[in-house]
Design a protein around this ligand. Structure first.
Ligand SMILES: Cc1ncc(COP(=O)(O)O)c(C=O)c1O
Length: 393
């Protein structure tokens, strides 16, 4: 057994990130400034989008994107139930109604469920690229297009992912990424909005900093002007240069991170292929999976027991996610019930995420696969022991 605990996620921060942060600290410019501008330019180049606007989280990115599309009271926004609460909470914050729909067997928002949920009040659809694999974007974009609805992608898991050969960031009206500590790349906390829409980019930029007509960088520098105007009441969601300093180097390493994530996922899938108790994540053709998560479903063993047994072997795990419709607020405010989400309910049984991040060594991976095999075979043995007693009844 391992002698040290293996967490389910860890960032890979290198010397280049550390040196760049120190450079920002020594420069005297620590808030939004030249490094944020550089990070935005390089992220836009990476995805191919015309604009990239850096914010201090993906939650802020989702909130600002929907606000910039004028989502408000009386509007409905369609979201999948298998997601983090941020996807729906921001809709509530704007005074609109989150219309929660079921997912398909691929864990992704179901286009059929979306089609059934569209009403004259639907203002936006927020599909999530669950676990780092794109959802069925073509169907969602077609549905949205035919009803004049905007698509704001929750790409929190999907920095570097591709759909039909193109990077995520190029498809929806606004695409929101997360750079939280566990994500494909990190800035500690942070987010980014990619968009090809010039007017929307301008409004997002303004809303992200109090609705002011100019940010600090254009006020406090040698050539800046003191004057600004508040054109609407915005948020305080700007990214700092300290965060961007980390992001610039993480972005350069992103493709390498994803290669390693995919390698580890392949090792897991190979190691568990002969265990009927473990259902593996599927890869859909034409959608490059970044394996932000490696979600499995365990059968014949209770999830809570399985996670405890992993922990007893010094292996961490997590659950992504407790579906939105199961949370108190969404149950009580909107009356959502499990029977409305039969596919998610089925997937949620035994759902858990194994550790997966680029800093894991092959030895760490073997520790996880050994632990999983040990738990499963142990269970089989104890089930077999109780069988004769059963048969003699
Ligand atoms: C699907 C999804 N959406 C949104 C978020 C929010 O991201 P952030 O923590 O950057 O606000 C997360 C974070 O875990 C997430 O998993």
């Amino acid at each position: 057994m391992r002698d040290r605990f293996l967490p389910y996620a860890l960032p890979s921060i290198g010397e280049a990130e550390i040196a760049e942060v120190v450079d920002s600290l020594r420069s005297g410019w620590v808030t939004t400034g030249p490094k944020v501008k550089q990070f935005e330019r390089e992220f836009a180049d990476y995805t191919g989008a015309r604009h990239a606007i850096a914010l201090n989280s993906c939650t802020a990115a989702l909130h600002t994107s929907l606000a910039a599309l004028d989502v408000g009271p009386g509007d409905e926004v369609i979201v999948p139930t298998l997601t983090f609460c941020a996807t729906a909470n921001v809709v509530v914050q704007l005074g609109a109604k989150p219309v929660i729909v079921d997912v398909g067997g691929d864990f992704q928002i179901s286009p059929e469920a979306v089609r059934r949920a569209i009403t004259s009040k639907t203002k936006a659809i927020v599909p999530v690229h669950y676990a780092g694999q794109a959802c069925d974007l073509e169907e969602i974009l077609l549905l949205a297009g035919s009803h004049g609805i905007s698509v704001v992608e929750d790409a929190a898991h999907a920095a570097g992912a591709e759909y039909a050969g193109k990077k995520i960031g190029l498809h929806g009206r606004a695409v929101c990424f997360s750079f939280y500590a566990t994500k494909n790349m990190t800035t500690g906390e942070g987010g980014m909005i990619a968009t090809n829409d010039d007017a929307l980019a301008h409004r997002i930029q303004t809303l992200s900093l109090h609705g002011m007509s100019r940010g600090a960088w254009s006020r406090y520098t040698e050539t800046g002007s003191w004057f600004y105007d508040v054109v609407e009441p915005g948020f305080k969601y700007n990214m700092s240069d300290i965060q961007a300093a980390i992001g610039i180097h993480q972005l350069r390493r992103l493709d390498g991170f994803i290669r390693r994530r995919r390698e580890i996922a392949a090792m897991y899938s190979e190691a568990f292929s002969d265990l009927p108790e473990i259902l593996l994540p599927e890869q859909v053709p034409n959608r490059t999976h970044t394996f932000h998560l490696y979600p499995i479903r365990v059968r014949a063993i209770q999830r809570a027991i399985f996670i405890d047994e992993l922990r007893a072997r010094n292996i961490g795990a997590s659950v992504h996610f407790i579906p939105l419709h199961r949370h108190k607020f969404y149950r009580e405010r909107y009356g959502y019930r499990p029977v409305q989400f039969p596919i998610c309910e089925e997937l949620y049984q035994g759902l858990l995420s194994l550790p997966l991040y680029p800093a894991m060594t092959d030895c760490d991976v073997s520790d996880v696969t050994d632990a999983v095999r040990d738990i499963v075979t142990g269970r089989r043995r104890s089930a077999a022991k109780s069988m004769p007693a059963f048969q003699s009844l």
